[in-house]
Design a protein around this ligand. Structure first.
Ligand code: CDP
Length: 218
């Protein structure tokens, strides 16, 4: 059980909305343990590919989720477009989500003695994983802005990028995330929406901090 001093912040939103950058910076400032839940789905998808399995096979994907070892993937591998697309296929499977749920909840409830709480980012943190979070932020940005951000992220890491491909992948992935029946990408009723389309990372951070400080227990 989470104690009273454990601040839990849920950040959700579509691909490249800026939620990862925001969550990381909030974690530093508020001394929260950060869990990038997308990396769990990305690693599960990549594990299936590595094992020569089928991304749409529940059996292959559950096996990968149960035996997940994040340390066997580099940050570059996890953040690749291939991993993002693979993630959204395995994330579609309810039994995969069930396997990953306990771990995510345990991080939120027990972030560790050195932290003042936890911040998780993903698609279903406010609606499923941490329904009782102290603050819920749903981060959005216009599609064109998100495509530009993802292109910059990929180019910054030296990946060869084809804009049309990134656009197609992101649009298809968002649609799969929104339309799935279990844990779809959706703003929780009690979440606060932050549209970062016209904001840089500092401005988004200032807005989010203002919100959390106004609603959280501290
Ligand atoms: O960074 P980006 O927003 O592009 O993606 P991510 O947060 O790393 O998530 C990759 C994929 O994992 C998403 O497109 C979802 O399909 C899936 N995911 C999910 O279903 N639930 C979560 N809590 C986190 C990610």
């Amino acid at each position: 059980m989470a104690d009273q001093s454990n601040l839990v912040v849920a950040i959700d939103g579509p691909a490249a909305s800026g939620k990862g950058t925001l969550a990381r910076r909030l974690a530093d400032i508020l001394n929260l343990r950060y869990l990038d839940t997308g990396s769990l789905y990305r690693a599960t998808g990549l594990s299936v590919i590595r094992a020569g399995g089928d991304l749409k096979s529940e059996q292959d994907a559950v096996k990968a989720a149960e035996n997940l070892d994040l340390s066997t993937f580099s940050a570059e591998e996890l953040r690749s477009e291939e991993a993002g697309v693979a993630a959204s296929h395995v994330a579609f499977l309810p039994s995969v989500r069930a396997v990953l749920l306990d771990f995510q909840r345990s991080v939120a409830a027990n972030p560790g003695a050195d932290f003042s709480g936890a911040i998780l980012d993903g698609r279903d943190i406010g609606t499923v994983v941490c329904r009782d979070a102290d603050a819920k932020i749903f981060v959005t940005a216009a599609l064109e802005v998100r495509i530009k951000r993802r292109l910059e992220e990929l180019k910054g890491r030296g990946e060869t990028v084809i804009e049309a491909r990134v656009r197609d992948d992101m649009t298809a992935r968002d649609q799969r995330d929104r339309d799935r029946s279990v844990s779809p990408l959706k703003k929780a009723d009690d979440a606060w929406e932050l549209d970062t389309s016209g904001m840089n990372a500092d401005e988004a951070l200032a807005e989010a901090l203002g919100h959390i400080r106004g609603t959280g227990p501290q």
